[in-house]
Design a protein around this ligand. Structure first.
Ligand SMILES: Cc1ncc(COP(=O)(O)O)c(C=O)c1O
Length: 457
């Protein structure tokens, strides 16, 4: 390569793939508040989590070790698509007329088409190693369900998935993809569980939510000793697995002798954002890098920017432990926007803690501004983004246009955490002018957070 800084694709060799996950907990200036048992309100211990997760994952959840080795069996599967490319968006920069240098780390090259297999594979591996036969889970847009079905097929596990009804209807090809990998999929709320039946009795036309689908998957796993539950975001071990993204990106920037001034990533439960940014946060905390890190969420589900920072359940029925996080209340059912993966009432406790510490910023974007950014990106770069990362792209374009005004040649990095090939109906709705914007009002938020569980300070 004659001019590395001018390259379009910065790629790593398989031999340069990270062999450890990075645990940000080891480097934080203050630890996050503990996760509590909802009955005793005492910090949960490994035994409380054992009915749902294998011990290897429980230990990763609470680990204070800075680095955790990635098992060889997981590395073998990662090699199907990792290391993923880091792209320089030359064409988008030209289209915007900005002096900014825009980079995107593309996770759409994975079997599911997103970052989700980075954690699905180790979760399936550790469960298979522990003798578990079946995994249950929820899925929003279907990226996580597809990833887990793929990962279960790699390690000989059965996989049963509850997909949020709104997305199940909007994205029918996800179901076929999941079934092709051998998974079983139900729309949620479903009549198969007590949690689903209770919601259907009150709201027969419920569009569903990630919180409801989690309740259904947890209920089924808790009743069968050979079945465990797998979560696609939010928890520390999930965020840990995703740090392969940011570690690779750091190495890729080092190859071209650059480093980002601004990083933007979309946040549903926080896993792709954490995966990209945590290794850069380590550099920031240790004073080696001066970088602004910004989370982007939907205006219709603004947990970080408008939610309260309080203990809440991770699911709607109240079956999970209590986590201190930014939340809109576990009863909150978001508007059925097309970025199904961002329709979660809460936020990862770790990402929430970083926001409280002032280490990251957050903004909210409306759906139409995001699709406009997605279309602009697609026309310039040739990749149709999943609706979720269009939120990051909208914030990325906003930053690049600010640079155009100020003349600053900032280096902007964003997470293109998935492609939108199975989300084309959403693009169709946008292109034909059918998409509407919905911004959550303060009155609505006050109503939902009033139902938060009481936890003494
Ligand atoms: C492509 C994509 N991006 C982002 C998300 C949001 O989840 P997280 O915040 O955990 O990355 C999802 C969730 O399904 C997704 O499918």
């Amino acid at each position: 390569m004659t001019d590395p800084a001018g390259a379009t694709k910065i790629v790593l060799d398989e031999s340069e793939m990270p062999r450890q996950w990075y645990n940000l907990l080891a480097d934080l200036p203050a630890p996050p508040p503990p996760v509590l048992h909802p009955g005793t309100l005492q910090p949960v211990g490994p035994d409380d989590l054992a009915p749902l997760f294998p011990m290897a994952l429980i230990l990763q959840e609470v680990s204070g070790d800075r680095y955790v080795d990635i098992p060889d069996e997981v590395l073998d599967v990662y090699r199907l698509w990792r290391p993923s490319p880091l792209y320089r968006a030359h064409r988008l920069e030209r289209a915007l007329g900005t002096p900014a240098k825009i980079f995107y780390k593309y996770e759409g090259v994975s079997p599911a088409g997103s970052h989700k297999p980075n954690t699905a594979v180790p979760q399936a591996f550790y469960n298979a190693q522990a003798g578990i036969r079946r995994l249950t889970t929820e899925t929003g847009a279907g990226q996580w369900g597809t990833a887990l079905a793929f990962a279960c097929a790699q390690f000989g596990l059965d996989c049963e998935i509850w997909q949020v009804r709104a997305s199940y209807d909007q994205k029918p090809y996800r179901k076929i993809m999941i079934e092709t990998f051998g998974g079983v999929i139900h729309p949620s709320p479903s009549p198969l569980t007590q949690a689903g039946r209770a919601i259907l009795a009150e709201h027969p036309d419920s569009p569903g939510s990630l919180g409801i689908a989690i309740s259904e998957a947890v209920e089924v796993a808790a009743q069968d000793p050979e079945t465990n539950y797998a979560l696609g975001s939010v928890l520390n071990h999930v965020l840990l697995h995703q740090t392969v993204i940011g570690q690779e990106a750091l190495a890729q920037f080092a190859k071209v002798g650059m480093s980002p001034d601004v990083i933007v990533g979309c946040t549903g439960g926080g896993s792709n954002f954490a995966g990209l940014t945590f290794p850069f946060l380590r550099e920031k905390i240790e004073g080696r890098m001066d970088v602004t890190i910004r989370a982007v969420e939907p205006a219709s589900c603004p947990s970080l920017t408008k939610g309260v920072y309080a203990y809440d359940f991770g699911d709607t029925a109240g079956m999970t432990p209590l986590m201190k996080m930014h939340t809109l209340g576990h009863d909150f059912v978001p508007d059925p926007i097309h970025a199904g993966g961002l329709r979660y009432h809460g936020m990862s406790p770790l990402v929430s803690h970083l926001y409280e510490l002032g280490l990251i910023e957050a903004v909210a974007k409306t759906q139409r501004e995001c699709f406009e950014a997605g279309v602009r990106f697609a026309r310039a770069e040739g990749i149709i983004p999943a609706p979720e990362p269009t939120h990051a792209l909208a914030a990325c374009i906003e930053e690049a246009l600010r640079c155009k005004e100020t003349g600053e040649p900032k280096v902007i990095l964003t997470a293109l955490c998935g492609h939108g090939h199975l989300d084309l109906a959403a693009y169709g709705a946008f292109l034909s002018g059918e998409l509407t914007d919905h911004e959550l009002s303060s009155e609505e938020i006050t109503e939902y957070v009033a139902a938060l569980p009481a936890v003494p300070a």
